[in-house]
Write a protein of this length. Structure first.
Lengths: 565, 189
């Protein structure tokens, strides 16, 4: 067995690794949860699937309440470029689509699809497995990864298909698989690599083909000898010389993307940049396994391994959990809480956040449920004034000046915090951990970051409102000038003296023309000797009537009318 | 002596001409200070400052006619930003607008709306959609919460509701020295 560890194809001992500044050597507390093999958690009665489990736009539901769905069927489709779809983790009925508590630092509820399982766990029709992925176009494989709803399973939950889409002019030379798992207590990646190393390596081969990388480096911290051995065996079995397992020294946070790239290649990702700019793509080992599932086996991402650990949990273990399973049910399956439980944290002790209660579903990004005792996670002592000792700066793995950022964040001067590259902070918590004054530094950075984002958002909205207001004012002005121009024109028409009134007034012209026609006709008839006949040869009675009418007219008609005759 | 006078007269004439030329050549239309002030204002166009929108208020501030503490939606943040920009001393917010309000959005009760279009004419950012004798509705993403549509409505069918907080708009609170950073206890414990 030890033969495989020292395969010539993986000269782990010979490959150079670099170091990053700062970081901490923490008690790793990994042994508690690695004693038992990974076992599948029971299928829960009810599952809650948050529409937003990833960075980007929330997914859009494609099912409605009352629909029967099968395991692996699409429930919500990705919306926009940066988004990920959600699939049914088991078969059942959609009971509701509405707000439910979700694991988020805010403790707010968010829209979820609630699924009642029917207990049959029946699969939907799945796309064709592609064991021949190397013969396929990378774009096709990327589309499959997007279909499967795969996001970064290390905790960031960034949609993987986006990370796998290279930009023009940025060729990728190295793919890094992150198996460092540097945070104490968490062991889900460790167990995955021990038990499913072949799937991780399969995923590595798929990802390598998708991004077109020459080499694949799998970085694993040296406190996981079983995982290293298993991965080296799997790499040797795959017979791919371009894949290499690299053992790196255990130091928190070597599993940070930038830190791992630094350790494995010595390269530095530029500030505000992404690894692709220096030709590197970094993916978590669990993400690679999920990619293998999607491409080689045609299965979407519907489950993940979750570590349940801490002195507050009776039987610390790793469970393979359907996405959407309530945390409470998992804890019950791990033997429930012990009497010493002090709180419940999602994630690790350094970067995780406390859950207000355990009635929240497991999401794609949830890697660990940590229930520490009071001894493991003592209450935070009251902060004392900063004594400017500079230990935070020594501990910072990014090379920032935590003390300066703290100073400006405390003063709510957001511009100044950004001058000190606040947004390069990975919130690893090293600075707060070493602070002798117990200042909650990361809390200040998180406050300043969200405040800066909100301000930017407000600014965008204000610009939009200004533009709309300006356009409205311009429109109203235009309408007003148009109205005035119309009025002026009408007024001018009325005021113009009727110089050639006949020509101008069509009614008068028509009357005049009719009169002229009548006169012409009369004249023409008179010339022919014809005259109206009804004025001649009148009977005496008729003549008398005519005379009477004439007399009446003469009596009543005004003077003007008479003179006209 | 005379030479000195001549030199300085000449210099004065040259620089005078130069200044006169540049004043014409590099003339700036509008008031750049008013522009900068306008960019700090929240653009809700609500008129609570007594001016018909943010731009007129910005111009009035630039002209020195009015204090910088009249902007209600901007609150203290905008007042401080203005004080910073203009080099003036911060002043307490005007008593009439003191007390910051949560962000609001107008919502029309569509069943009660009679389609009179009066609110459409009042909205400074064209965020209300509708036509005569047809139901109106507010485009929530464009509404600045200025409340200018409330007075003209003859049937009082417009309500101002607080914008609900979501995961995306939630902000980490300012660390409170008295309270530990993580202090929750699971209920089931």
């Amino acid at each position: 067995m030890d033969q495989a560890v020292h395969q010539p194809a993986s000269p782990a001992a010979r490959r150079r690794v670099w170091a990053f500044n700062g970081g901490l050597h923490l008690p790793d507390h990994k042994r508690e949860s690695t004693g038992r093999p990974v076992r599948p958690a029971a299928v829960p009665q009810r599952l809650w699937l948050p529409l937003q489990q990833h960075i980007g736009e929330p997914a859009q539901p494609v099912v409605s309440v009352g629909d029967r769905v099968l395991k692996g069927q699409l429930l919500a489709r990705p919306e926009g470029a940066i988004s990920a779809g959600i699939h049914a983790p088991t078969s059942g009925t959609v009971v509701a689509i509405g707000p439910h508590p979700v694991p988020h630092a805010s403790g707010l509820s968010a829209p979820c699809i609630e699924l009642a399982s029917d207990g049959r766990d029946a699969w939907a029709e799945l796309p064709e497995p592609w064991p021949d992925f190397e013969a396929r176009d990378p774009a096709e494989l990327r589309e499959r990864v997007r279909w499967a709803g795969i996001v970064g399973l290390g905790g960031a939950a960034f949609p993987s298909s986006v990370k796998l889409s290279p930009k023009a002019g940025q060729p990728i030379h190295t793919l890094i698989l992150n198996g460092a798992e540097c945070e104490p207590y968490i062991t889900c990646d460790d167990m995955l690599m021990r038990e499913r190393a072949d799937r991780v390596v399969e995923g590595a081969r798929v990802l390598r083909h998708v991004v077109g990388a020459g080499t694949v480096l799998i970085g694993i911290e040296d406190n996981k000898p079983e995982a290293i051995a298993a991965m080296q065996r799997a790499v040797a079995a795959a017979g791919d010389a371009r894949i290499e397992v690299v053992v790196i020294p255990t130091k928190y946070p070597s599993g940070g993307e930038r830190q791992l790239i630094r350790v494995l290649t010595g390269a530095e990702v530029p500030s505000h940049g992404i690894p692709a700019q220096i030709g590197i793509v970094c993916q978590n080992v669990a993400t690679a396994a999920a990619v293998a599932d999607a491409v080689v086996h045609g299965r979407p991402l519907i489950s993940r391994i979750v570590t349940l650990t801490g002195e507050g949990i009776a039987q610390p273990c790793n469970l393979e959990v359907l996405i959407g399973t309530p945390a409470r049910e998992l804890i019950a399956q791990a033997g429930g809480y012990t009497a010493r439980v002090a709180k419940l944290i999602l994630g690790g002790p350094m970067m995780g956040f406390a859950l207000p209660h355990d009635d929240v579903p497991i999401t794609k990004a949830a890697n660990c449920l940590l229930a520490p005792s009071r001894a493991e996670s003592p209450p935070h002592p009251a902060p004392l004034p900063c004594i400017r000792c500079g230990r935070c700066a020594e501990a910072c793995p990014v090379g920032l000046l935590p003390q300066q950022m703290y100073w400006w964040a405390r003063a709510k001067d957001l511009d100044k915090t950004q001058d000190y590259n606040l947004f390069d902070c990975i919130e690893c918590g090293c600075c707060a951990h070493v602070c002798p004054s117990h200042i909650p530094l990361v809390q200040y950075y998180r406050y300043a970051k969200t405040e800066a984002w909100a301000k930017e958002q407000e600014k965008r909205k204000a610009d939009q409102a200004r533009q709309r207001h300006e356009q409205r004012v311009a429109r109203l002005e235009r309408l007003e000038t148009e109205r005035k121009a119309k009025l002026r024109k009408k007024k001018e028409e009325l005021e113009t003296p009727p110089a050639d009134a006949g020509a101008e007034d069509p009614k008068k012209a028509a009357i005049k023309a009719a009169l002229e026609r009548a006169a012409a006709k009369k004249a023409a008839l008179a010339a022919e000797g014809l005259a109206p006949r009804n004025t001649e040869e009148l009977t005496p009675a008729q003549q008398a009537q005519v005379d009477a009418a004439e007399a009446r007219r003469a009596a009543t008609a005004p003077a003007g009318a008479q003179s006209e005759e | 002596m005379l030479v000195a006078i001549a030199i300085f007269t000449l210099l004065a004439a040259v620089f005078g001409l130069l200044l006169g030329y540049s004043a014409r050549r590099f003339h700036v239309e509008g008031d750049p200070i008013a522009e900068q002030i306008d960019h700090l204002l929240p653009q809700s166009q609500c008129g609570q400052c007594g001016y018909a929108g943010c731009r007129p208020y910005a111009e009035a501030i630039a002209a020195g006619e009015v204090e910088i503490n009249k902007c209600a939606p901007g609150g203290e943040t905008v007042m401080l930003a203005l004080a910073d920009l203009l080099g003036r001393d911060p002043v307490p917010l005007d008593a009439a607008i003191a007390g910051e309000k949560p962000k609001l959005v107008a919502v029309i009760d569509e069943a009660r709306c009679i389609g009179c279009t009066l609110c459409l004419q009042a909205c400074p950012v064209d965020a209300i959609l509708g036509a005569a004798k047809h139901m109106h509705t507010v485009i929530a993403s464009e509404c600045t919460g200025c409340e200018l549509c409330l007075p003209p409505c003859p049937v009082e069918c417009i309500a101002m509701l607080p914008v609900p907080q979501t995961q995306r708009t939630w902000k980490w609170p300012y660390p409170d020295a008295a309270r530990p950073a993580i202090a929750a206890r699971p209920e089931a414990a």
